[in-house]
Ligand binder design. Structure first.
Ligand SMILES: Cc1ncc(COP(=O)(O)O)c(C=O)c1O
Length: 442
């Protein structure tokens, strides 16, 4: 399977160049491996499948806010975890049913909450103030079918990337469970609301080790047990254990696998799978990352201070985190020739730069690669998650097109559009063109 992913990718990169997907007019594109996404989805479902346990795997839309991708995942049986009205709109446009959608944002407005209750979308309240808003809204939307949960921060600690760690002592997310009086408040909140029937936690994303993720889930599970015991019934019926499985950006291997994580949870928290709880998961990166590449033309190849530099069209606008926090988000870069084939040649230490007008716009620094020349291409690997949803609008560079690919038995590659490149007209509109002149002071 690992090799197949690499083989499909190599064929797709070459076909994308041959078929003119990457061109003078569109010198950078995103590519997604449809078969790979389907395989990842199947692996997730198989890893968690347990007789007698109802499991809803939602996809964290923030990882790939692309309607055709959401529709593909929906057709594979997944739901959507959304964190804004825009993400909810995308999930609905993709046909994801409300019953398979979860709203998790930390700053939900009253109207967002009302919409979720009206639609029957599950809501995870982030804090006591939000829960009070939901109390009031439930009166205004009587008979809502929307399940409601509470997000807790188990405060089990952070991983290697601070910005991705949501279970630190001072994280902005959820009810900080170990703070004085917090658990007592949670128990009271459930006791006073017989309809509050879910509990949610998400320990973090990339950089959080599996045992810490499991510790976060265990804390939520144990809390659910205490809440149910206090209620004298199974008040919490669904545990939402979040996402966060880290991705290996160093090779084509999928490690850790969904099966590793599910196996750990089964060993560490057997009660999670004994049929008393339904489960919701919210994976993003681990479903998509390894199934995507950014393909870009090398516009110029130059040298400065003895350092060869390939100036490409893939920089901070598409690889924002990699450019700004390179140590946390290193990417593998493939050197490809003018036809999109792997480039031969001894490795030469070089920089791979993007098109943005600031010196730090490098996607790889001092990287040994076959020496790149003008007219060659580069591929940034494992960019299927977050790279197509974190566009950085600096320099008014357009959001690139994204294509899905499938490789047929005869080796031919079929592309289907996932997103068209942003047009100049769209860029102008987004930048205020056509609005009336500004009022000036007298
Ligand atoms: C609440 C929640 N769930 C799920 C995810 C998805 O995480 P990942 O893409 O690491 O699986 C995130 C990521 O920020 C999140 O905040």
């Amino acid at each position: 399977m690992t090799d197949e992913l690499g083989i499909r990718r190599e064929r797709a990169l070459r076909a994308a160049v041959e078929q003119g997907l990457v061109s003078e007019g569109e010198p950078v594109v995103g590519l997604l491996d449809v078969t790979g996404i389907e395989h990842a989805t199947t692996a997730l479902q198989a890893a968690f499948a347990t007789p007698g346990v109802e499991i809803t795997h939602t996809f964290a839309v923030k990882a790939a806010s692309l309607v055709p991708v959401l529709a593909l995942l929906g057709a594979c049986g997944l739901g959507a975890e959304v964190a804004s009205p825009g993400e909810l709109a995308l999930a609905r446009a993709a046909g994801i049913p409300a019953g398979r959608t979860v709203l998790d944002s930390p700053a939900k407005t009253v109207s967002e909450l009302r919409q979720a209750l009206v639609l029957g979308v599950a809501v995870n309240a982030d804090n006591p103030q939000e829960l009070a808003r939901i109390d009031a809204l439930r009166t205004a939307v009587p008979g809502t079918a929307a399940p409601v949960g509470l997000r807790v921060n188990p405060q089990v600690g952070g991983g290697t990337i601070g910005a991705m760690s949501t279970a630190t002592a001072t994280s902005k997310f959820g009810v900080a469970l170990r703070d004085p009086g917090a658990e007592e408040w949670v128990l009271r909140a459930y006791a006073e609301r017989p309809w509050l029937n879910r509990l949610h936690t998400h320990t973090g994303s990339q950089g959080v080790p599996l045992d810490l993720m499991a510790a976060g889930v265990r804390a939520a599970y144990e809390l659910a047990e205490r809440i149910n015991q206090a209620a004298g019934r199974q008040q919490i019926t669904v545990l939402d254990i979040g996402g966060g499985l880290p991705v290996n950006f160093g090779s084509d291997e999928t490690t850790p696998a969904f099966a590793d994580y599910a196996g750990l949870l089964r060993r560490e928290i057997p009660g999670l799978f004994d049929g008393r709880y339904g489960l919701v998961t919210e994976f993003g990166r681990s479903l998509l990352a390894k199934n995507g590449s950014v393909l870009a033309r090398v516009e110029y190849a130059k040298s400065a201070g003895g350092r060869p530099i390939a100036v490409t069209h893939a920089g901070a606008q598409v690889a924002t985190r990699t450019v700004f926090v390179p140590d946390a988000w290193p990417l593998r870069v493939l050197a490809l020739d003018e036809k999109g084939r792997p480039k031969d040649g001894d490795p030469v230490v070089q920089d791979v730069a993007g098109p943005c007008c600031f010196a730090g716009d490098l996607v790889a620094k001092g990287r040994p690669l076959p020496l790149l020349a003008a007219g060659d291409h580069v591929a940034l690997l494992d960019t299927g998650a977050y790279y197509f949803s974190n566009h950085f609008a600096y320099n008014s560079l357009p959001r690139p097109a994204v294509w899905g690919y499938a490789v047929h038995a005869d080796g031919k590659v079929a592309f289907s559009p996932v997103r068209t490149a942003q047009t100049e007209a769209e860029l102008l509109t987004e930048s205020g063109a056509g609005l009336p002149p500004l009022h000036r002071g007298q």
